[in-house]
Ligand binder design. Structure first.
Ligand SMILES: C[S@@+](CC[C@H](N)C(=O)[O-])C[C@H]1O[C@@H](n2cnc3c(N)ncnc32)[C@H](O)[C@@H]1O
Length: 86
């Protein structure tokens, strides 16, 4: 078994072409997680869920993604959230 393949090129290209829509059950999430909880969205992509969480009142949302292109879009969509590559 070798080291994981670097997939950042794939995800950099996907940032411009793919739309992610896998649903998060926000009602369930909000029953269990307080609004002031720190949330790390690891593999945040273009920041879709960071935006939704911020809009629903979560005040400490951080997105991290290994793709620079994904992070660039995430920062534009959700300037209030901090983000970066690991
Ligand atoms: C299927 S997308 C989902 C994006 C986002 N979570 C959403 O639901 O809209 C997977 C994301 O994980 C990121 N990713 C893949 N491997 C990663 C790693 N080792 N560390 C951080 N992010 C990674 C990719 O760059 C991509 O943005």
């Amino acid at each position: 078994m070798g080291l994981p393949t670097d997939q950042s090129g794939y995800w950099d290209r996907a940032a411009a072409t793919k739309t992610f829509a896998h649903p998060l059950d926000f009602d369930r999430f909000m029953r269990r997680v307080p609004l002031d909880a720190p949330i790390l969205d690891y593999g945040c992509g273009t920041g879709r869920l960071c935006v939704e969480l911020s809009q629903r009142g979560f005040g400490c949302v951080q997105g991290v993604d290994s793709s620079a292109a994904m992070i660039q879009t995430a920062r534009a969509r959700c300037p209030g959230a901090s983000s970066g590559t690991p």
